[in-house]
Design a protein around this ligand. Structure first.
Ligand code: ATP
Length: 304
């Protein structure tokens, strides 16, 4: 019999999952999985639970929570030689990864997706020993993701980022950076850089439009030194994906990227603080097998 382990964050979102857990367990059992559940208790717990599930050769791990929980589960699986398939039930405040994969927010429908059994192998990023599935980057503005409180995110959505972003604008300063990507070396004064695995980033759907989930490549986006007015203009263009032709933007794709800066710069990994630069980014191609809706797979195959 196949075995599934559900790893859920009981505090995520509006705590709605706990009420649904018996129904969800029943559905996995009926579908032929011997199923157990682990409620996470603190930061890092989902990583441990996922690692144990891999070591015990579970067939399926289901991560329930927001991007934080999914990131932790992926960190528990990524270093293992045997990696169970991954199902996702998005119940968090921020669910960028589920959105990128077209996984529904509704619990029952997210379970439908997993039990329908359609999956694909996706790339995972690694930087300085941490793994990420959405995006990593550096520069003052990337700190927005942890400076905006989740209550505000829930209430105001993207507007919360704008409000906080405007507050931070005066503190935006360029730093000198040495960046190497797949053998090309550049030196620039930069405002920020983003290393993206998916195209769904903090509500900007067209920030890294070429990001594909299984091509082994990151989208690398670098914002060169610019003044405030130029910055606001480019941020506006980025809303509709019209920022890429601007001469203050470098946009390319690469498998291996290293970044070093003169001034101290924090590393943001999937929306969380991830230590300080320098950073070395490596794309682990088709590293995790994840369940996605049928229509997403059709779109994906149509594009590649
Ligand atoms: N029982 C717990 N109590 C408090 N925090 C927890 C617990 N279990 C897990 N966590 C932590 O909560 C973090 C955020 O969770 P997650 O992303 O699933 O939900 P979220 O609702 O989107 O959260 P947030 O709005 O705080 O980002 C996780 O990275 C994890 O470290």
């Amino acid at each position: 019999m196949k075995r599934a382990r559900i790893i859920y964050n009981p505090t995520s979102g509006r705590e709605a999952f706990k009420r649904e857990l018996p129904t969800v367990l029943e559905r996995f059992e009926v579908a032929g999985y011997e199923t157990s559940a682990h409620a996470t208790t603190c930061e890092g717990d989902a990583t441990r639970a996922a690692r144990v599930a891999a070591e015990r050769h579970f067939d399926l791990v289901v991560a329930v929570g927001g991007d934080g929980t999914i990131n932790e589960v992926i960190n528990g699986l990524a270093e293992q030689a045997y990696r169970p398939k991954l199902g996702i039930i998005p119940t968090g405040t921020t669910n960028d990864f589920a959105r990128a994969l077209w996984i529904p927010r509704n619990i029952e429908r997210a379970v439908d997706v997993i039990l329908a059994g359609q999956s694909m192998l996706i790339d995972i990023g690694r930087v300085n020993g941490h793994h990420f599935m959405n995006i990593a980057g550096g520069g003052k503005l990337t700190e927005l993701t942890y400076e905006v409180p989740s209550k505000l995110k829930t209430m105001l959505g993207q507007l919360a980022y704008y409000m906080k972003g405007i507050e931070m604008l005066p503190s935006l300063k360029p730093t000198h950076a040495r960046i190497e990507y797949d053998g090309t070396a550049i030196e620039e004064d930069i405002m920020l850089f983003l290393v993206s695995n998916t195209n769904s980033v903090a509500g900007f759907e067209k920030l890294a439009p070429n990001a594909k989930l299984d091509d082994g490549l990151f989208d690398l986006l670098i914002l060169k030194k610019m003044n405030l007015a130029e910055f606001v203009r480019i941020a506006t263009l980025a809303q509709r994906g019209a920022h890429l032709d601007d001469k203050r933007i470098i946009y390319t794709q690469a498998k291996h990227i290293s970044v070093e800066t003169d001034d101290k710069m924090q590393l943001n990994i999937d929306g969380e603080f991830g230590g300080m630069l320098p950073g070395e980014f490596l794309n682990l191609q088709q590293h995790i097998e994840v369940f996605t809706p049928e229509n997403f797979l059709e779109k994906h195959h149509g594009e590649s």
